[in-house]
Design a protein around this ligand. Structure first.
Ligand code: AHG
Ligand code: MN
Ligand code: MN
Length: 340
């Protein structure tokens, strides 16, 4: 944390970035501000989630048949409202909506994809949750939006980030010039630059996976897990929160690999390429890490639909490459079933 005259607020940081990279960053920094505004609203509700009647199920399920809690809906609405009010976006794709929400009137040139509330099963038990977002620029210059505008591979992201509602509230984001982390100082209501130029530590010391599904993992994942437990000179720590944002964030700070592999029951795993894997992969890459589906960089996948899932391995670059080598050795023939 910086002190005294060295304190840099998010707003000051954004202005400095705009001055340094006017053509690249200037236009979408407004979107960042809109997202942060929504995040403050979400944060407020998250902090009183144990107190008020916002908790609990609405009785509805989302388009993927999963239970939806009220805070998911609230977060989705806050993000949608803030983004469309800001008029910089022409379309938003959310985990909570079947399809893109498109504003045909908008002159906005950006498409936002988001997981408004990540880790929703942790709301009721007072465990860290988050919001994930990524920003793309539309490809066509005018007229109705096309598939090419809406479903772009992750390497086309112009910005990505997450909010972590943990023991403190943080914003971590990249615009392609490294990764910076900001911590909300609740006493003044400002995000302050607390983690400049974040990088994965050299050494990978943690692995994070829902190992309860071990028997259903494919052979490559199993072999990799056996390997790190059996062969590593110093033991890895196992840490799994069950909120991607929180698991990723811890691993970014301490060095580690997070995985949500495909299983025999769900070959493409659980996580969503567009809302979860791509933004995290972009952040990881900018922090010296790497995000893979076991076969390739997830950001190289051409999405075919909004809600598509992907197996996901992310963290220290060498470690994720190690997983890829096990997948290559044991699961090569499954690629057709798993990839894309
Ligand atoms: P969401 O709450 O947006 O549906 O995401 C939950 C995800 C992710 O945050 C986490 O890594 C994973 O689900 C945990 O899944 P398991 O409970 O199957 O381990
Ligand atoms: Mn999620
Ligand atoms: Mn979610």
């Amino acid at each position: 944390m910086q002190h005294g005259t060295n304190v840099i607020t998010l707003e000051q940081f954004i202005i400095e970035q705009e001055q340094d990279h006017p053509e690249a960053i200037g236009r979408f920094s407004k979107i960042l501000r809109d997202i942060v505004l929504a995040a403050r609203m979400i944060n407020r509700e998250v902090n009183k989630a144990g107190l008020v009647d916002i908790l609990g199920l609405t009785g509805e399920t989302n388009c993927q048949g999963e239970r939806v809690q009220k805070l998911d809906i609230f977060s989705n609405e806050q993000m949608m409202d803030a983004l469309f009010r800001g008029r910089m976006v022409c379309a938003v794709g959310s985990e909570e909506n079947d399809d893109f929400i498109i504003d045909n009137e908008s002159e906005g040139k950006y498409v936002v994809l988001m997981d408004p509330l990540d880790g929703s099963s942790n709301i009721d038990v007072n465990v860290a949750i988050g919001t994930i977002f990524s920003i793309y620029k539309r490809k066509t210059t005018s007229g109705p939006l096309t598939q090419e505008d809406l479903l772009q591979p992750g390497h086309q992201q112009v910005a990505a980030g997450y909010l972590l509602y943990g023991s403190s509230t943080m914003l971590v984001y990249t615009t392609g010039n490294g990764v910076n982390g900001f911590t909300l100082d609740p006493s003044i209501g400002e995000f302050l630059l607390s983690h400049p130029d974040m990088k994965f530590p050299e050494k990978c010391t943690t692995y994070s996976v829902n190992e309860g599904h071990y028997r259903d993992f494919f052979e490559g994942t199993k072999e990799y897990l056996r390997h790190i437990k059996r062969d590593s000179p110093t033991p890895y720590s196992a840490r799994y929160i069950g909120s991607l944002v929180a698991d990723f964030h811890r691993n970014l700070l301490t060095g580690g690999i997070f995985m949500y592999p495909g299983t025999t029951k769900k070959p493409k795993g659980k996580l969503r390429l567009n809302f979860e894997a791509n933004p995290m992969a972009f952040i990881a890459e900018q922090a010296g890490g790497y995000g893979s589906d076991g076969y390739q960089n997830v950001m190289d996948i051409q999405p075919t639909h909004l809600h598509q899932r992907t197996p996901f391995f992310i963290g220290n670059k060498d470690e994720v490459h190690k997983v890829e080598s096990y997948v290559e050795q044991f699961d090569k023939l499954l690629a057709a079933e798993i990839v894309g």
